[in-house]
Design a protein around this ligand. Structure first.
Ligand code: ADP
Length: 373
């Protein structure tokens, strides 16, 4: 059985970011977890030098893999959150990948369509929508996966009540976790709960590529990607890096959220990804005591905005205690109250999304020429 001491001894022979100081003394080793014969490591890397850190990541994996008793190793590049960055929300766009003309967009063998669920800002219910949309698609008999790429606050472990780490299969491939018939992979399965991390530019690419390609997704009709909130650098990188068949934008009804949603639509337009439509979340509040309706954030704003922008309106989901309670308890409504009104709303959204995909959104889109300003 491999021990932490064995792993550290092996890593003492691997040079850190400066190419000389052993990684164990360089401060770059930011996390180590051993689960039986599997070793998980995180390596803090300077975001501006993330590409240069990739050989170090590979060397770390090779050194640990060579230890007797180690079956699989997963080393991921992370970086501590930049000092002063606002907790929980993406900071201002960092200097990121510049002219990435003709960036190859990653498709995934066996996965027919990849769709993104995005929002202009955090807290509008993007992840809740992504989870229930995925379940709604699965309820149609489709084979569905969920990739939680919300690097600022992965929610899928909580939304699906998943605490275990993915098993590593032959050839360093991770086995997605399964719940309610979905295959689920989250960056949150790989990072300790309280570790603040920020992934930028090449690190985002590397993490995303790993989660797309080094995961045994099997045959899927749809892979739903829960994007990080916002329209900054990391989101743009993702929109460019993945062969997306379409994007769903989640917004609350009020003006400010809609301005952010508009930015999201603009981002997908710029990256040539078809916008499948807008979901209005937290649309109407039904009082659990008196049954009265209140439009806390207004109502219908997203529908009007969709009409203005010429994109489909996919439907509205009310602000309801049951949705919040079930989401926070790892019991998403579409799976656990499939005949209730909320599940019906999500399923109707899923039907529209599917119709949008079937109606011509390409499953393999050519790489566009993009220059990021
Ligand atoms: P985001 O991914 O946009 O940050 P989340 O999906 O994590 O948002 O939702 C933020 C919070 O709002 C969570 O506590 C979630 O349970 C709650 N929530 C989301 N949608 C609804 C809804 N329609 N009704 C009630 N609570 C909701």
């Amino acid at each position: 059985m491999v021990t932490e001491k064995d792993v550290l001894a092996a890593l003492a022979r691997v040079p850190g970011p400066d190419g000389r100081t052993p990684i164990t003394q360089s401060g770059a080793l930011s996390g180590l977890s051993i689960q039986g014969a599997k070793v998980y490591l995180s390596l803090a890397a300077d975001p501006s030098r993330a590409a240069a850190a990739e050989p170090m990541r590979k060397a770390v994996e090779a050194a640990v893999k060579a230890l007797p008793g180690v079956e699989a190793v997963l080393a991921t590049l992370t970086a501590e959150r930049a000092p002063g960055a606002a907790g929980g929300s993406p900071g201002p766009a960092a200097p990121g990948p510049r002219a990435t003309a003709a960036t190859a967009r990653a498709g995934v063998p066996g996965v027919k369509r990849i769709i993104a669920v995005a929002s202009g800002k955090g807290g509008v219910g993007k992840s809740t929508t992504a989870a229930n949309l995925a379940l709604g698609l699965a309820a149609r008999g489709l084979k569905v996966g969920v990739l939680d790429a919300d690097i600022y606050g992965p929610s899928m472990p909580k939304l699906f009540g998943l605490r275990e780490k993915p098993e590593i299969l032959e050839g360093k491939i991770m086995k997605p976790l399964e719940r309610y018939g979905l295959k689920i992979m989250s960056i949150g399965f790989l990072i300790e709960d309280e570790t603040p991390v920020i992934w930028r530019g090449p690190m985002v690419m590397s993490a995303l590529q790993q989660m797309l390609r080094e995961v045994a997704w099997g045959d899927l009709d749809v892979l739903v990607v829960d994007m990080p909130p916002g329209t900054g650098d990391a989101q743009l990188t993702m929109a460019q890096a993945v062969a997306l068949a379409g994007a769903v934008i989640v917004s609350t009804p009020q003006d400010l959220a809609l301005i952010d949603a508009r930015r999201g639509i603009a981002m997908f337009n710029r990256t040539d990804v078809p916008v499948l439509g807008i979901v209005e979340n937290m649309s109407t509040f039904i009082c659990p005591h008196c049954g009265g309706r209140s439009d806390i954030f207004g109502h219908g704003g997203a529908r009007d905005e969709a009409a203005r922008l010429g994109v489909p309106f996919l439907g509205e989901v009310p602000l309801d205690m049951e949705i919040r309670e079930k989401s926070d308890a790892g019991l998403p409504v579409v799976a656990t109250a499939p005949d209730g009104p909320h599940a019906q709303a999500y399923k109707a959204i899923a039907d529209q999304v599917w119709a949008g995909l079937e109606g011509g959104a390409a499953s393999a889109r050519p790489a566009p020429k993009i220059v990021i300003e």
